[in-house]
Design a protein around this ligand. Structure first.
Ligand code: BEZ
Length: 212
């Protein structure tokens, strides 16, 4: 059964490169990113893990914990991490789940048999502090993900979780946003006393409010 937006992210126990975890307990009150890789010792994955490790401070700033997975053992991940550090100039600084029996991969529907019977696709799940899935992405093995885009999306998710706004195409943190259509003008006046630019009755553009 596919995991849909708004579902509780399934909990699991698993070994990782930083010790055994129970997923929900490990997440605590943080946001989380769970992302899968087709296989250890593969080129695109090597670049992805190095990049995510490099921008880990961006996730930390946003109270997001990052955890990777592939259907290889923790021992294999640890050997591979030496190559990642050597080739990407960056040590992997977040846990990698070992999943040789594909328990977590199956739970999260990360194996798409018409793409590959054995390898996980490149899945990404962003999970909120309420343990619900806020975003999911699926990329094929041949295409490395854009993790700067993932950070951008997390900015939008965190803003729209707390404010009655949505973010327009290509929005970046600090740019104008849109008042959600479900908010009446009377209620919008209370939340946005500085007013807004009403391009259409359903398209009300406003300065980005703070996240809190
Ligand atoms: C890679 O990470 O480079 C990769 C993995 C599986 C299939 C194709 C590419």
């Amino acid at each position: 059964m596919a995991i849909r937006l708004g579902d509780i992210a399934p909990d699991f126990s698993a070994p990782t490169t930083q010790g055994d975890i129970r997923f929900h307990e490990w997440l605590g009150d943080s946001w989380g990113v769970l992302f899968s890789h087709p296989k250890d010792f593969t080129p695109v994955c090597t670049t992805e893990l190095g990049y995510v490790a490099r921008i880990k401070p961006e996730f930390e700033k946003r109270n997001v914990k990052v955890i990777g997975l592939s259907v290889d053992s923790v021992e294999s991940h640890m050997k591979w991490e030496k190559d990642i550090e050597e080739t990407q100039g960056q040590a992997v600084n977040f846990p990698m789940i070992g999943d040789p029996e594909r328990k977590v991969a199956t739970l999260y529907d990360m194996i798409h048999p018409n793409a590959s019977d054995t390898l996980t696709v490149r899945s990404v799940f962003v999970i909120g502090p309420d343990k619900r899935v806020k975003l999911s992405l699926t990329y094929p093995a041949s295409t490395g993900r854009n993790f700067d885009e993932l950070v951008r999306v997390i900015d939008s998710l965190q803003l729209t979780a707390y404010q009655k706004v949505a973010t327009p195409a290509n929005w970046k943190d600090g740019e104008d946003v849109i008042i959600v259509p479900s908010l009446s003008n009377d209620d919008a006046k209370k939340l946005f006393p500085g007013g807004w630019d009403e391009k259409k009755s359903y398209l009300r553009v406003v300065k980005q409010p703070s996240r809190g």
